[in-house]
Ligand binder design. Structure first.
Ligand code: SOE
Length: 379
């Protein structure tokens, strides 16, 4: 058994999701030869980092990420801090020969993404961007069905990610919990935060995107900054919608917003082929809906596959509890951590690598450029 010593940077919501995942992996994937060990956690807030280490079981703490990445007893650097820090940490960690698992979106812009790819390729280190929804069993099953050719030629792909937590103008921007509203720290708004998930899944399921035309809107133009207390202009996109053409000739339609009153995390996709269609909804994440035109006429209709069975037909589900009972959000991170460990064993890259995720970054940036210019743009 090889111990893979994790150095996590960032004690926020994503730090918790990743720590929980590593703690679960040895219990639920006992056959893996690489076993994650929570070696060190880093956060600039000394009180928070101590409490976090105690709560999740880290052996030690740091308050400066540069110290963490220099430590010889760290194998994997896990980047769970706001987007503005991703490039600097990833490039420095690669130079130290560390493997890297980085939260999405990959970075602030394409230029940073290119630097990150060059750094991990030069260092020859394992790397991955955390687009966790690929590893929801129902989404993985959709991938297998699409790859089997069952849908035939693909005509349409549509996807949404709808939330409503920014509707109130009193939500601040900046600071530990609302940095996603601060353009200087996040890079973009819903495009990088939410549409990036939709795009990553779409590229995985339906292949590359060639051209886009987009529109964005910032509904609340000024918000108080949580740190300075000053009211400042809002620089992020509150909502973004775009049309696109895929390499396979299909047409795409995407929308994301944080102003869809009543929707908390409605991530959906639907794909329509010449023989069959599939659709999925994160609010009902264990179900995959399939319409198969080859079904006999009297019973032809949407069927709801409860993706919870054991026996190998339903990805990842053998690992969990009782067939027929579902799992949830956190498990996608457990699957991701397990697949990453497996990739260290086999030496195969674990998708989406930095190189894969740079494609998503390119599309996000092209979408924002198209929205600013008001025209079609090539990726
Ligand atoms: C934003 O609210 C957020 O937490 C995203 O940052 C995550 O990536 C998404 O999975 C859920 O929503």
């Amino acid at each position: 058994m090889t111990k893979v010593r994790i150095g996590l940077i960032g004690c926020g919501f994503m730090g918790r999701a990743h720590s929980n995942a590593h703690n679960r992996v040895p219990n639920f994937f006992p056959e893996l030869k690489c076993k994650p060990v929570l070696q060190a956690v880093c956060d600039s807030n000394a009180d928070c980092v101590e409490a976090f280490a105690e709560q999740w079981g880290y052996a030690s703490t740091e308050t400066d990420w540069r110290k963490l990445i220099e430590r010889p007893d760290i194998d994997v650097v896990e980047i769970c801090v706001p987007n503005i820090f991703h490039r600097d940490i990833a490039v420095a960690a690669a130079a130290q020969g560390k493997m890297i698992l980085c939260e999405k979106p990959m970075c602030m812009n394409i230029a940073e993404g290119e630097e990150m790819v060059a750094a991990v390729e030069k260092a020859g280190v394992a790397n991955m961007i955390s687009y966790n929804y690929r590893r929801m069993p129902a989404v993985s099953l959709a991938k297998a069905i699409i790859d089997s050719g069952k849908l035939g030629r693909i005509y349409h792909y549509r996807s949404n990610f709808l939330q409503d937590w920014c509707i109130s103008a009193s939500v601040p921007q900046g600071g530990d919990s609302t940095w996603r509203l601060d353009a200087k720290v996040a890079g973009s708004g819903v495009t990088g935060d939410l549409l990036a998930h939709c795009i990553d899944t779409a590229l995985w399921l339906n292949g590359g995107i060639k051209t886009v035309t987009a529109m964005t809107e910032t509904f609340v133009k000024e918000r108080m900054h949580a740190v300075t207390g000053k009211v400042a202009p809002v620089g992020i996109d509150d909502a973004c919608a775009f049309l696109c053409r895929f390499d396979n000739g299909s047409l795409g339609l995407f929308e994301s917003t944080r102003y869809a009153c009543g929707h908390k995390a409605l991530f959906t996709f639907e794909i329509n082929g010449e023989h069959a269609s599939l659709k999925w909804d994160l609010h009902d994440l264990h179900r995959l809906e399939l319409f198969d035109h080859n079904d006999a006429g009297p019973v032809r209709g949407w069927r709801s596959i409860h993706v919870t069975d054991h026996g190998g037909d339903h990805p990842y589900m053998d690992r969990w509890w009782v067939p027929g009972l579902q799992i949830g959000y956190e498990h996608s991170f457990v699957h991701q951590a397990a697949d990453f460990m497996k990739s260290l064993e086999t030496g195969e890259p674990c998708a989406p690598t930095f190189k894969d995720a740079l494609k998503t970054q390119r599309i996000c940036e092209t979408v924002l450029k198209s929205a600013a210019a008001g025209n079609w743009a090539s990726v």
